[in-house]
Design a protein around this ligand. Structure first.
Ligand SMILES: [Zn+2]
Length: 289
């Protein structure tokens, strides 16, 4: 179980969310058998996407974030619902790269820097919104900050971190998203910038045992941060046999008749690796729909 918390400064100028996604990232890494650098890339995107989902006002909305900079790990994709529950995958999860000179995992190198971060928001009703921004560094937090500024015109700061042990297990993971509210002025911006210069990384704070609420107060130390709300969050896939059947039906009668020639047709969910198997009879039944 992870935790996400939302806080606001008492002057109403800054909102900050922070989360502990250690368990979520560990579960995702276990499901997908990710390399260390892919665990970091997927974990950061899951954590960042969870913030974008939790920002939605609609109860049944969702946010899909895809980043592809033509790097060796391919696309990294994450989806969050409006509770902050996430799922995601990496197209080439086994790719490993040498550590950077500073000893950190080379997430930017794995993702690549020649491409886009694409955000699709589904509000549950009406048309979805799609925003796309050029990748800044491929390190994901900076890319989400750029998306917020360019696509949503919201000045923000994002910090995301995944600390992976040498045995590939996840030591801790989490992050924060700070956004300026309309009443923010120049002095607010300067104060936030000063706080960020002094602040510790998300993984350093988590390793010290801080809760997400502690992280909000620690990062924005010169503001008086007030608790707004919080939620327990999970790695949660929305796939079901029913949805897989609908997808198969949409393949059309001809394709279904072809599939029925095989002794078994199986469909594996990209997000959670759950396998759905169908006998020829079950496939033929779908034609009747
Ligand atoms: Zn699934």
């Amino acid at each position: 179980m992870g935790k996400i918390v939302r806080t606001i400064s008492t002057d109403g100028a800054v909102m900050m969310m922070a989360s502990d996604t250690t368990d979520i990232v560990a579960e995702a890494a276990g499901i997908h058998g990710t390399s260390k650098v892919c665990t970091a890339a997927l974990g950061r995107l899951l954590t960042g996407t969870s913030f974008l989902g939790y920002r939605l006002k609609e109860d049944n909305g969702s946010v899909t974030v895809r980043i592809n900079g033509k790097g060796p790990c391919g696309s990294v994709i994450a989806v969050s619902d409006s509770r902050g529950y996430v799922r995601g995958y990496v197209t080439d999860p086994k790719v490993e790269l040498p550590l950077k000179a500073n000893g950190k995992l080379d997430v930017g190198g794995a993702v690549g820097r020649n491409g886009f971060l694409t955000v699709m928001k589904d509000f549950g009703v009406g048309d979805p919104y799609t925003g796309q921004t050029a990748i800044v560094s491929g390190e994901i937090a900076e890319d989400i900050t750029a998306y917020m500024a360019e696509s949503e015109q919201i000045p923000s700061a994002c910090g995301l971190g995944v600390l992976v042990n040498t045995d590939k297990s996840v030591a801790c993971a989490g992050g924060y998203l700070i956004q300026l509210l309309p009443s923010a002025d120049e002095s607010t911006i300067t104060a936030v910038e000063e706080c960020l210069k002094k602040s510790k990384t998300p993984t350093a704070m988590l390793a010290e045992g801080m809760t997400p609420y502690d992280m909000c107060r620690s990062v924005l130390s010169s503001f008086d941060m007030e608790f707004l709300d919080e939620n327990d969050i999970y790695f949660r896939c929305s796939c079901s046999r029913d949805k897989v059947e609908k997808a198969l039906i949409s393949a059309g009668e001809e394709n279904l008749r072809d599939m029925a020639k095989d002794p078994e047709t199986s469909v594996t969910c990209q997000f959670c690796c759950k396998k759905y198997s169908f006998t020829p009879d079950e496939i033929l039944k779908l034609i009747e729909y």
